[in-house]
Design a protein around this ligand. Sequence first.
Ligand SMILES: Nc1nc2c(ncn2[C@@H]2O[C@H](COP(=O)(O)OP(=O)(O)OP(=O)(O)O)[C@@H](O)[C@H]2O)c(=O)[nH]1
Ligand SMILES: [Mg+2]
Length: 387
Amino acid sequence: MVDISKQQDIFSRIRAMLVVTSDQASSKMQAQRCRDELEALCSTVGIQVGGWLYFPIREFNSATYLGKGQVEKLAFMAQESESNLVVFNNGISPRIQRNLEQVLDLCVVDRQEIILQIFANRATTREARLQVELAQLQYSLPRLKRKWANLSQQRGGVKGAKGSGEKQLELDKRQAQERITRLKKEIKEISKQRDVQRRNRLQKNMPNVAIVGYTNSGKSTFLNRIADSNVLSKDMLFATLDPTTRRVRLPNGENILLTDTVGFVSDLPHELVDAFRSTLEEAVLANALLIILDASREDLMQCWETTTQVLKSLGALEKPRLVLLNKMDLVTEENLFAVNAFVSTEPNCMEVSILEDKSMKTVLERIGALVFDNPFDIADATQEENT
Ligand SMILES: Nc1nc2c(ncn2[C@@H]2O[C@H](COP(=O)(O)OP(=O)(O)OP(=O)(O)O)[C@@H](O)[C@H]2O)c(=O)[nH]1
Ligand SMILES: [Mg+2]
């Protein structure tokens, strides 16, 4: 078990000033939503938030991204709030990151690095650890010898990341490259084993449905509820990193396999998508998708967009799908409009509360219709696996 409380103790001494720019949010309200999610990501790794700033970018500064006045304001606000870290909501290049660190004399990271850190903290299985280490190394390679590396090293490193700071400092590029090659090889070996397991599942002649969607939407809660499973389901981002498959008996007596998967988030670092490809392939190789959306979120449509973008990039968007608009018990007047708008555009969706609804029978019937009314060819699927 990962001792999260210990890590949170390490990070609780880090206080961050958050930066959202008009590149990602064209209005203050949008920026506020970005800030909320960035704050949730930071607090997931135990980083305190000292404040936030919204900067309209009129002219992109090639050295520091922000304009001179904005950098000064950032330095002032960081000092006022006693922040020792700046977190940008948008991705920033290694060069700009270095320049800003020099000017501000503070650690500067972006949202992607925070997400990588969350994954590093959550990874418990060997496969997840290798995948995260690969993603972190690939991300760090152009960013060796930075302040953040020093900071996390001083703090004793981060479990799961296995001293990502140390590694950045100790390893020269060549060593890092060698480690990347070795990690890729090991991950390939593990994914071969996963392929064998998948083939066995396919030979059982049972349709496979992957549960996908934004992080914290209720995917594991659904699997636990209907398959008597005990996957960690918690109000935290990225509770699940490893897929879990359970056999489920539908009301019509047929059996299907249901697979819980890693959640999505907007701007998922591409290094993570690459490293977790074999895990994410659960969605690619499924016969149908059960997409779970948190209907109580104000940014429901944004979550939907992110979900469909990730599925598209994996080549899984065209699969038969059922969308569950979950957490209807939390939906307020304000976001009911977004829910109704979504329902009017998505042909196969249901409003549910996985926690509160008395029965999931109708959902299971709809899943049954999804897989049995869209006949699939097991032989084809097996062939797809082999290629
Ligand atoms: N109010 C309410 N909360 C729910 C409902 N369904 C799930 N939750 C809560 O939402 C939180 C996240 O649920 P999970 O099942 O862990 O979400 P997930 O999609 O598996 O999240 P990741 O593994 O992080 O991708 C938990 O605290 C659940 O109890 C619901 O219908 N209503
Ligand atoms: Mg989960």
